[in-house]
Structure formats: C-alpha cells, structure tokens
Ligand binder design. Structure first.
Ligand code: HEC
Ligand code: HEC
Ligand code: HEC
Ligand code: HEC
Length: 410
C-alpha cells in the first residue's frame, strides 16, 4: 500500500481534496483485490474525474470548479441509470463548451462511464465534518460524559475516548460503539435506565468534538482506506447478515429489506441507524445462535458502503414504457425501427444496448454527431428523467436480442 498523500487540505485540488477531508487514502490496495463484481469502481472514477478535467468545472464540497454543479449534492439519491440520464441531459452544454475551447469530445468506454458515475454516487456517501459545539452538547445530553472522558473531563467508569481523535471521519467511532455495544448497553441500562439512540449527524458531531478536545489532538491522523462496497458485500455474507436480510439485502421473514434503508443518508447517519437497530438485532442473533459480529479497520465502513450501493444497482425496468419513450423522445425519427433509410444507425443491429450501461455510453460518445443532426432538424435535445433511461435501455436490449435471434434463424 502506498502512504497517504501528505498535502495539506487547503492545497490538495478537487477530488483529491475531498478524500483528504474525509481522512481517506486513495488506495492502491483496493485494486489489488480481485476484480470488483459490481460495475463501476469509484476509486478509478475519481481518477477519471481529474484526468478528464471534469474537476475544472465541477467541485466536490467546493473543491474544484464552479461552472457546473457540485457533486457532493447533485444527483443525490439517484441510481446508476438515473445518473446516466443526468449525464445525457448535460451533453449539449458540454458539447458547446468543449467546441468553444477547441478540445476533443471526452469519450468513455462503458467501464469508464460506470466508474465515473459510481464515483459521483459514492461521494454522496460522505458527510461534511461534524460540528464540535453541537458534539459537545450531544456528549453531555446523551450521557456519554457520565461514563467516558474526553480531554480529561468526564466519567472514569468507561475507557476515555481521546484516542478516536486520530480519525477524521466518524466511522471509527461508530465502529467502536458497535463493537462494544452489547456490553455498553448493559452498563447503560443499569446506570441510566434508557436506551441510547442517534439521530441525523450526531455521531459526526461527537467525532468533531473529540477531535477538538482530545488529549491526543496533536497526534498524527490515521488515514482509512476508502469504503469498499465489494468487500462490504463479502463481509455481509461472512458476518451472517444475509441470514436475516437475504443475500443482496432483499429481506427475509427474519429481517427487513435493506435496499431503501440508506436512502438519502450519509455514513454517520447509516452508522447511527445501525446502532439504533443493533440492540434488537443482537437479541435476534442470540436467539438464532449467531455471534454478534465485530468489525475491525475499514470493515464497518465497507459494510455501510455495500448497504449504500444496494440502491445504486437497482435493476428491473419496463420495456413497454421504453418503447413509448423511443417514440416520444424523437429517437424513432432518426433511428427508424424498420431499418428504413435513415439519418442514424439501426439500433436493432447495434451492440450498444446489449450491456447494462452500453446505451448510455454509446449515446454519450455519439452525442456530438447527434447534436449536429438535431440542430439541422431544429429538434429539441431529448432529456431523461427518473427511470426513463433504464426503461429505454431495456426496450432496446429486447429489440437487439430479437434481431439477433432472427439473424440466427436465416
Ligand atoms: C467546461 C465546464 C464543464 C466541464 C469540463 C464538465 N462539465 Fe459537467 N456540467 C457543466 C455545467 C455548466 C453543468 C450544468 C448543467 C447544464 O446546463 O448542462 C454541468 C452538469 C453536469 C451534470 C448534470 C448535473 C445535474 O445536476 O443535472 C453531470 C452528470 C456532469 N456535468 C458530468 C460531468 C463529467 C463527468 C465531466 C467530465 C467528463 C464534466 N461534467 C465536465 C460544465 C462542465
Ligand atoms: C453508562 C455508561 C456509558 C455511557 C452512558 C456511554 N458509554 Fe460508551 N462505553 C461504556 C463502557 C462500559 C464501554 C466498554 C464496553 C466494553 O468493555 O466492551 C464503552 C465503550 C465505548 C466505546 C468503545 C471504546 C474503545 O475503547 O474503543 C465507544 C466508542 C463509546 N463507548 C462511545 C460512547 C458514546 C459516544 C456515548 C454517548 C453517546 C457513550 N459511549 C455512552 C459505558 C458507557
Ligand atoms: C438474526 C437476524 C439478523 C441478523 C443476523 C442481522 N440483522 Fe439487521 N436487522 C434484523 C432485524 C429484526 C431488524 C429490525 C430491527 C428493529 O426493528 O430495530 C434489523 C435491522 C437492520 C437495519 C435497519 C433497517 C432499516 O430499515 O432501518 C440495518 C441497516 C441492518 N439491520 C443491517 C444489518 C447488518 C449490516 C447485519 C450484519 C452485520 C445485520 N443487519 C444482521 C435482523 C438481523
Ligand atoms: C436528429 C437525429 C437523431 C436523433 C433524434 C437521435 N439520434 Fe441517435 N444517432 C444519430 C446519429 C447521426 C448517430 C450516429 C452518430 C455517430 O456516428 O457518431 C446516432 C447514434 C446513436 C447511437 C450509437 C449507435 C451505435 O451503434 O454506436 C445510439 C445508441 C443512439 N444514437 C441512440 C439514440 C436514442 C436513444 C435517441 C433518442 C433519445 C436518439 N439516438 C436520437 C442521430 C439521431
């Protein structure tokens, strides 16, 4: 593994700075693992985001250009195909900008587009750092201070929390809470008589408070690997989560469907939610003879990333709706379905629709030529909302598959 980049935050640029803010290393180690079974590697996407100059116009939390929207918030809560639609909507603006600067159109392979979309999805997992003043309030209101000390102030019946100051992101604190939860809860029930729960960004605030007041606040920061959803999926199986929540988090009789559990939530909120349910889960685990799982290093962050990605890969779709969209968006005027002489290629014979992001990739790469044809035809640029891109892709995949079947029979 390579060491963390030692740039001070203020001087790191763009996407790199966003990772620095989170206290994460852009790790090579992630690549050393077996090929990700998920399409789209956010770490590779981050590199493309810089290499393809997206960062000149787009920022992440204010690090980067300001011409386009900041991806820390743009596109929040959208799945892979919804983000692909958002990409497409943006092409006319980019075509004009790119032409006015005399540079070439940035083409993507399907894998690269998946990587970059995955990155745009991924950055929204992270919270901005918490608020130390609020953290101080939670630390006393929630009663942590009665048992734990920070900066030598607080109780001594539990270990001091100063050492958590070496992490920037709140995930290590959340992991400590989770691991010690069963024992801590017993003590708390005996001493305070109420259950500790977290709302919103409270864990992030407490982390900020610890960083500010800790006796170890001058200690060097420990950088964590970026959360890796592929490893999280492995842990989800290894630590028996699948036994109640199903293999892809789709739920069973013993545990809820987790696909929408993380909607619009960031790391610290998901960690809080895990905590809030951990007492009920610990009881359910005990009843089934499952050992309460503990997490080390980046493991809890990985599991959270996996939960977060469940929605990203939402599949399904409606081919009939896709057929209607093909007409309604005007595609059919240049790409007639019967293979008649036309402006654009016959999409039934195109390989583009055969793979998950193939349509979005081909559309992006051909956008400048399509744009010129549309200008000539004085047609409006078709925009995609919601799941339209997914439905259209499903329809075109069915058409292309049928065409191949027909060719096979001739
Ligand atoms: C020269 C400036 C510029 C560059 C370079 C640029 N963009 Fe944009 N981008 C914009 C602007 C301006 C918008 C605002 C939306 C619009 O009007 O199209 C935008 C919007 C977007 C959107 C839609 C966001 C939304 O909320 O709807 C996506 C996705 C996007 N850009 C991705 C990228 C990617 C990926 C790259 C790098 C390959 C990139 N952009 C490079 C200027 C740029
Ligand atoms: C009633 C006492 C009590 C309260 C209140 C309490 N804790 Fe704990 N906490 C403990 C005990 C006891 C342990 C050690 C449990 C063990 O031995 O595994 C612990 C362990 C921890 C750990 C792991 C420490 C380590 O060494 O890694 C963290 C993190 C933590 N608590 C955070 C908190 C936070 C944050 C709050 C308030 C939101 C809180 N605790 C409230 C008693 C308490
Ligand atoms: C023995 C069964 C069981 C196991 C094993 C289990 N869970 Fe759960 N899980 C539940 C139940 C039951 C609930 C609902 C608990 C409640 O209502 O508080 C739940 C709730 C959750 C929630 C909150 C869902 C929501 O909609 O807010 C998350 C997230 C979660 N579990 C993740 C995990 C993870 C990650 C693991 C593995 C480390 C795991 N669970 C292991 C039974 C289980
Ligand atoms: C004004 C005419 C026009 C319209 C409308 C149009 N296209 Fe195209 N399309 C073209 C042209 C021309 C090309 C070939 C571009 C090139 O060679 O770079 C093309 C290429 C494509 C390709 C690449 C095919 C391949 O095999 O690589 C796809 C996919 C595609 N269009 C999909 C669509 C979809 C979906 C719509 C509707 C949202 C649409 N097009 C609307 C003119 C159009």
């Amino acid at each position: 593994m390579t060491g963390p980049p030692r740039t001070p935050w203020g001087r790191a640029t763009g996407a790199a700075a966003a990772f620095m803010m989170l206290g994460l290393v852009g790790a090579q180690a992630v690549h050393a693992q077996s090929a990700p079974p998920f399409p789209g590697d956010p770490i590779a996407g981050r590199r493309l985001f810089v290499e393809r100059r997206c960062v000149r116009c787009h920022a992440i939390w204010g690090n980067g250009g300001t011409l386009g929207p900041d991806f820390a918030s743009a596109g929040a809560g959208q799945s892979l195909h919804q983000l692909a639609g958002m990409f497409w909507n943006h092409t006319p603006r980019m075509i004009e900008t790119v032409r006015s600067r005399g540079v070439g159109w940035p083409r993507f392979t399907e894998g690269e587009l998946a990587d970059i979309i995955s990155y745009i999805y991924y950055v929204k997992l992270f919270d901005a750092p918490g608020d130390a003043a609020r953290g101080e309030r939670w630390f006393s209101e929630k009663g942590c201070v009665e048992c734990h000390a920070v900066g030598r102030i607080g109780g001594t019946s539990a270990p001091p929390l100063d050492s958590y100051a070496r992490y920037i992101a709140p995930i290590a604190l959340a992991q400590g809470l989770w691991n010690h939860g069963p024992r801590m809860r017993l003590r708390q029930a005996a001493q305070q008589g109420w259950a500790l729960r977290f709302l919103g960004r409270e864990i992030a605030d407490i982390q900020a408070f610890i960083r500010e007041r800790s006796t170890q606040r001058a200690a060097p920061v420990t950088f964590l690997l970026p959360p890796n959803p592929t490893n999280g999926r492995k842990l989800f199986a290894e630590r028996q989560c699948f036994r109640c929540h199903g293999s892809e988090g789709r739920g069973t009789e013993s545990g809820p469907d987790l696909r929408s559990a993380t909607e619009h939530l960031h790391v610290s909120e998901i960690a809080g939610q895990l905590w809030n349910h951990s007492s009920a889960m610990a009881a359910a685990m005990q009843a089934r003879g499952i050992t309460f799982p503990e997490f080390r290093g980046s493991e809890m962050a990985d599991v959270i990333a996996f939960l977060y990605y469940l929605r990203f890969y939402e599949t399904g779709g409606n081919a009939a709706a896709g057929q209607q969209l093909f007409a309604a968006k005007g595609c059919v005027t240049c790409h007639p379905a019967d293979g008649a002489a036309s402006v654009g290629p016959d999409l039934a014979r195109s390989d583009a629709a055969l793979t998950p992001l193939g349509l979005a990739t081909a559309m992006w790469n051909h956008a400048p030529a399509m744009y010129d044809q549309m200008q000539l035809a004085d047609a409006d640029w078709p925009r995609f909302e919601g799941d339209e891109m997914r439905d259209l892709a499903l329809y075109l995949r069915a058409v292309a598959a049928r065409e191949r079947g027909a060719v096979g029979q001739r």
